[in-house]
Design a protein around this ligand. Structure first.
Ligand code: SME
Length: 166
């Protein structure tokens, strides 16, 4: 898929989320809607969804689309743990070359994980996308997904029970 097509997909996804999340402040609704929109639009994504921060260094699976994901991931483990620990996007072209990658799906080859913040700037989740294609994700995905993470932020403040907030 060329860069222009990806950019257009992310523009459309953002437009759709802007419209549908306009009055939403329920984080489960926001995350479920986002997972659906992205998974439908990105043909190279095999798993699209959220891991929520539920304890100081623990992620638990949230709304997602795709095959069964791991239920819990500690901040010490995997690509998701690295994104949460470092509070930085992880772009992994080859999951087999990433020390500590957690293989929930044996067919997964590449992955991108974006930190997700609430309206107060607390890390509350990570957004994880996996692909069966090697190097499926690039800087266009990083840019598009980071923009979507910003859009989600105001919709993540309504239900404190969805996350652990210090
Ligand atoms: N591969 C991820 C785990 C989550 S799933 O693949 C859905 C990781 O290493 O963090």
């Amino acid at each position: 898929m060329n860069g222009d097509t990806k950019k257009e997909i992310y523009r459309e996804a953002l437009r759709e989320l802007d419209a549908v999340l306009a009055d939403v402040d329920d984080p489960i609704t926001a995350m479920a809607t986002c997972a659906s929109v992205l998974h439908q639009k990105l043909p190279y994504a095999s798993w699209t969804g959220f891991y929520r921060v539920v304890a100081p260094r623990l992620l638990r699976v949230g709304p997602y689309q795709g095959p069964l994901g791991c239920l819990e991931i500690s901040f010490d483990r995997g690509v998701c743990g690295a994104a949460a620990r470092q509070r930085a996007t992880q772009l992994v072209p080859d999951v087999h070359a990433f020390a500590g990658h957690i293989a929930c799906d044996a067919a997964a080859r590449s992955e991108i994980v974006i930190p997700i913040y609430d309206p107060r700037g607390e890390l509350v989740a990570v957004l994880d996308l996996d692909s069966h294609q090697p190097a499926a994700f690039d800087d266009d995905d990083r840019e598009g997904l980071e923009r979507i993470a910003e859009r989600l932020r105001p919709s993540l403040g309504g239900d404190r029970a969805a996350f652990y907030i210090p």
